[in-house]
Ligand binder design. Structure first.
Ligand SMILES: Nc1ncnc2c1ncn2[C@@H]1O[C@H](COP(=O)(O)OP(=O)(O)OP(=O)(O)O)[C@@H](O)[C@H]1O
Length: 203
């Protein structure tokens, strides 16, 4: 396997990837242009998160070449926040921005009044908004979103998607978004990559 920098935001070209020794991904090749939002779809267990993990360097058992711009941001299904830090500090410390900028981001995602609350004092939807704000505030070159709207009620999912659209319009970071919901993919992405089979390939 080879990892190196790229002129495109992301170039993914592998012939195989294994998880726990079993072949999960087959030959898969795609690219992500600067500012583009691409969806990665497929049934549960097909290997969508594995692709994100390979890109992020968390999964190294693969054959091929992954060239990604250096700064990668990830948003997981479960928000990963510092539980002992209030919302403002979660943004400030993890996105490396000052307190007034952090407050500005909180306002943008409707959490202006929650700056001094700890993650445990926020609802799941609020925690996810905070995670999304943090990801954009950190201005990565590539953003990897792993089912960021799963298990939210339809109003909240709609609100989160609108939030993502607004943030991405204002700051068009190359984004790969994993979802198994077709409507989400066609709403948010300019291109949809579909996985099928075992080991998984693009279809
Ligand atoms: N430690 C492991 N050992 C063996 N197989 C594993 C291990 N971890 C994950 N897998 C397998 O890897 C495959 C791909 O998992 P992955 O999480 O990438 O799928 P996914 O498409 O993201 O699924 P979901 O939509 O349910 O999150 C699954 O079939 C899973 O069973």
């Amino acid at each position: 396997m080879t990892r190196q920098g790229a002129t495109r935001a992301l170039s993914f070209d592998i012939s195989a990837a294994r998880v726990g020794g079993s072949a999960v991904l087959g030959a898969i090749r795609f690219e992500l242009g600067q500012g583009e939002c691409v969806a990665l779809c497929g049934p549960s267990g097909i290997g969508k998160s594995t692709i994100l993990r390979v890109i992020a360097g968390l999964e190294t058992d693969f054959d091929g070449r992954v060239a990604c711009a250096p700064r990668i941001g990830m948003v997981f299904q479960e928000p990963v926040l510092l539980p002992w830090r209030v919302a403002r500090d979660n943004l400030r410390l993890l996105a490396k921005i000052d307190a007034p900028t952090a407050q500005g981001w909180l306002e943008r995602v409707g959490l202006g009044a929650c700056a001094d609350r700890f993650p445990g004092q926020l609802s799941l939807g609020q925690q996810r908004r905070l995670s999304l704000a943090r990801a954009f505030a950190a201005t990565p070159d590539v953003l990897l979103l792993d089912e960021p709207f799963v298990s939210l009620d339809s109003d909240m999912a709609d609100e989160m998607m609108a939030l993502f659209e607004g943030l991405h319009r204002a700051r068009p970071i190359a984004t790969l978004i994993v979802t198994h919901v077709e409507a989400e993919a066609s709403r948010l992405a300019t291109r949809i990559l579909r996985l099928a089979g075992r080991p998984a390939r693009l279809v």
